[in-house]
Write a protein that binds this ligand. Structure first.
Ligand code: IDP
Ligand code: MG
Length: 140
């Protein structure tokens, strides 16, 4: 995957609240192009695998339960400087600390149910995109 890509999930809280369309609109208006997208639901085991870097953290078990609790939207996004610009667009992990106008400030309900995921590096963007999408399920 090119390094001008990042990976996102619209998490169960935002999907359930009917905020997927509004979030995707913000993402497109910020200049990101959707190069792969699907609605799906993780099993607890798959959520555990996706977040395995956090397995020693106290919130890991709750996070896996929450992330498998309902449908999500997974997407690969393309833009110059995608990883960093997307982290700016979504805001801080804890919505209480997120800047005004960011996706998490607007849509997140807690530090756990924080509306969206965004990759933290080019390397993880590629790993996470491949976790969800095969070569034929994405543009390029
Ligand atoms: P990030 O999503 O902003 O990169 P990470 O530290 O990678 O934040 O954490 C992954 C996810 O785990 C967060 O998006 C959030 O859903 C959840 N999480 C992070 N810290 C906490 C916490 O202190 N309590 C509960 N859940 C948390
Ligand atoms: Mg992270």
């Amino acid at each position: 995957m090119a390094t001008n890509r990042t990976f996102t999930m619209i998490k169960p809280d935002a999907f359930k609240a009917g905020n997927s369309g509004a979030i995707l609109k913000m993402i497109e208006e910020a200049g990101f192009k959707i190069v792969a997208m699907k609605a799906t639901q993780l099993t607890p085991a798959l959520a555990g695998k996706f977040y395995e870097v956090h397995q020693e953290r106290p919130f890991y078990k709750d996070l896996c339960a929450y992330m498998s609790s309902g449908p999500i939207i997974a997407a690969i996004l393309e833009k110059e400087n995608a990883v960093e610009d997307f982290r700016t667009l979504i805001g801080a992990t804890n919505p209480a600390n997120a800047a005004e106008g960011t996706i998490r400030k607007i849509f997140a309900t807690s530090i756990e149910a924080n509306a969206v995921h965004g990759s933290d590096s080019d390397e993880n963007a590629a790993i996470e995109g491949s976790f969800y999408f095969s070569q034929t399920e994405r543009v390029g």
